[in-house]
Write a protein that binds this ligand. Structure first.
Ligand code: ZN
Length: 235
């Protein structure tokens, strides 16, 4: 009798634990790919890293194929490595990094490959506070070697920041560049633009704060446009 009570209780405890575990996993991935990145950055900021999917088992799995769940278009700055600031493992992120997180045909082709062939359905354009490339472009003047090519790509964002005349032109330019690259990718036909139009792909701007480690995700441009239209209709 006592044995049966023990077995029944044990089964009940296991069943409850499994239910809790299932609920936890569901909650964790409820926000989809973006939710996972938000939570990963929270782990980075609080120092509660998972450092998950970095073991031999994961390497063996990835040796056969990769299915990264997000593309990160970031700056080459050594202080903003996407896998670390999002606490992600091997095979999770497809990363394209160029100083100033600007786009050229080769990087656009890389993003298209990750979306079209590897199945990623989220692209994050990750700029950051006090970006040296943006600062060099803002300061102007002659830039040696090929550095001028980056400044040329940044020039529309620099012009926007100068027109704005805000108190922090560097941060205004960083933000303007992120928004600009998001728009550039959203309109990049045929692959990305089509997937955005059919809601199969989300492209989101984000800014990394060097001081806090926090990543701010920008509100969706379409949402902003809608609320601006609503406001202007009310006035
Ligand atoms: Zn930078």
């Amino acid at each position: 009798m006592r044995h049966r009570v023990f077995v029944t209780s044990f089964v009940a405890v296991v069943a409850t634990s499994l239910a809790v575990l299932a609920h936890f996993s569901e909650a964790r991935y409820a926000g989809g790919a973006l939710g996972e990145l938000v939570q990963g950055n929270r782990r980075f900021v609080t120092g509660r890293f998972e450092h998950a999917r970095l073991d031999k088992e994961r390497r063996d799995e990835l040796a056969k194929a990769q299915h990264p769940f997000a593309v990160v278009v970031g700056c080459s700055d050594s202080r903003v490595p996407p896998e670390l600031v999002f606490d992600q493992g091997l095979g999770d992120l497809f990363v394209v990094r160029v100083a100033g997180n600007v786009i050229d045909d080769a990087s656009l082709g890389s993003i298209e490959y990750a979306v079209e062939h590897l199945g990623a359905n989220l692209v994050i354009v990750l700029g950051h506070e006090r970006c040296g490339a943006v600062k060099a472009a803002l300061d102007g003047g002659e830039l040696p070697g090929h550095i001028g090519a980056i400044a040329a790509q940044l020039s529309p964002a620099i012009a926007e920041a100068k027109l704005d005349r805000g108190p922090d032109p560097l941060d205004t330019a960083v933000r303007a560049n992120i928004v600009r690259v998001v728009e550039q990718l959203r309109g990049a036909g045929p692959i990305l633009a089509e997937k955005v139009a059919s809601d199969e792909l989300e492209i989101v701007g984000a800014r990394y704060d060097l001081d806090t480690g926090e990543i701010e995700f920008f509100p969706d441009a379409a949402e902003r446009k809608k609320s601006a239209e609503k406001q202007s209709a009310q006035h």
